[in-house]
Design a protein around this ligand. Structure first.
Ligand code: GLU
Length: 269
C-alpha cells in the first residue's frame, strides 16, 4: 500500500514539473511576429549616434540613416505602412540585452553577424557588407594595422565586434574601450588615442564630417550586417528575409543605398 502511495506521489510531481516546464517554454517562445501583428507596430533598436546609419536629427526628434530607412521599408512590407516603425536607441553593448528583455522587437544597428552572437540571437540574411578599418588624423604615422604596436593606443567601442577583432589583428596595441563612437572621436581629437577602429561605414561618416581625419590601411575584416531577433523566432526571420528580397526587387533598397552612400562612393573614386 505504502509503495503505491509513493508511486502516486512521484507521478503527480512528475506531471506538475511537466506542466510547469511547458508553461516556461511558452513564455520564452512568445511569437515576435504575433506581437508585432497584434500591436500593429515594429519596435526597432537603432543607433542614434552613427552618421549615415542611425543619427538623431535634433530638429525632428527622429533618427535618420541607412538602417532607419531600411527599417521603415521593411515595416511597410510587413505591416503595410512605414509609419508603423518605431525606434528605440541602442548602443553597441546594449543591443542584445534590450532585445532579450523584450524592450525591442528587432535590431538594425550596424550589427555584424558573428558566430558568437548567433549563439544568443537569430539573424536575417545580410543586408549590407562592411569591413573593419582605422581612422587617424591626417599626417599620422599609422598607415595600417601593421603600424599598431605597444606604443599605440587604439580606440574602440564596448560590445562591438571591432574591439574583439582588433585584439586579434594587432595583439600588441593597447585598446581603450569607450561607450560610443562619438566618445571615441572626442578621445582621438584630444590625443587620448592614435586611431579609432571600427567599420569603414561608420568611420566614413566621421571622416565626411571632419575632413582632417581619414581612413587608412583598407579593410582587414568582413562585417556582414544582419537584422537580429530573439532566438527561435523563425517565422519573423522568414518575414524579414522575404521583405528584404522584396525591397531589393522593387528598387527600394537601391534608392535608399544611393540616398546615403552616393556622395561617399563618389569621394572614394
Ligand atoms: N559592426 C560592428 C559590430 O557589430 C561594429 C559596429 C558597431 O559597434 O555597431 O559590432
Amino acid at each position: 500500500m505504502k509503495r503505491n502511495q509513493n508511486q502516486w506521489f512521484y507521478f503527480i510531481i512528475f506531471c506538475l514539473l511537466l506542466i510547469l516546464s511547458s508553461c516556461g517554454k511558452k513564455l520564452s517562445e512568445e511569437s515576435t511576429l504575433k506581437r508585432v501583428e497584434q500591436s500593429d507596430q515594429i519596435v526597432w533598436g537603432v543607433k542614434n549616434d552613427t552618421r549615415l546609419f542611425g543619427l538623431m536629427n535634433i530638429k525632428t526628434g527622429q533618427p535618420e540613416g541607412f538602417d532607419i530607412d531600411i527599417a521603415r521599408a521593411l515595416t511597410k512590407e510587413i505591416l503595410g505602412d512605414e509609419k508603423k516603425a518605431s525606434f528605440v536607441e541602442v548602443i553597441s553593448k546594449t543591443r542584445i540585452p534590450l532585445l532579450k528583455n523584450g524592450n525591442i522587437d528587432t535590431i538594425i544597428a550596424t550589427m555584424t553577424i558573428t558566430p558568437e552572437r548567433a549563439k544568443q540571437v537569430d539573424f536575417s540574411d545580410a543586408y549590407y557588407h562592411a569591413g573593419q578599418t582605422l581612422l587617424v588624423k591626417k599626417g599620422s604615422k599609422i598607415h595600417s594595422i601593421k603600424d599598431l604596436n605597444e606604443k599605440t593606443t587604439v580606440l574602440a567601442v564596448k560590445g562591438s565586434a571591432s574591439t574583439v577583432n582588433i585584439r586579434k589583428a594587432a595583439p600588441l596595441a593597447k585598446v581603450l574601450d569607450l561607450e560610443s563612437y562619438a566618445e571615441c572621436f572626442t578621445a582621438l581629437k584630444s590625443n587620448q588615442g592614435d586611431a579609432i577602429t571600427t567599420d569603414n561605414t561608420i568611420l566614413m561618416g566621421i571622416s565626411e564630417e571632419n575632413p582632417g581625419y581619414v581612413l587608412t590601411g583598407g579593410n582587414f575584416t568582413k562585417e556582414p550586417y544582419g537584422i537580429a531577433v530573439k532566438k527561435g523566432q523563425e517565422e519573423f526571420v522568414k518575414k524579414l528575409n522575404q521583405a528584404l528580397k522584396n525591397i531589393r526587387k522593387n528598387g527600394e533598397y537601391e534608392r535608399i543605398y544611393k540616398k546615403w552612400f552616393a556622395k561617399i562612393l563618389r569621394m572614394m573614386q
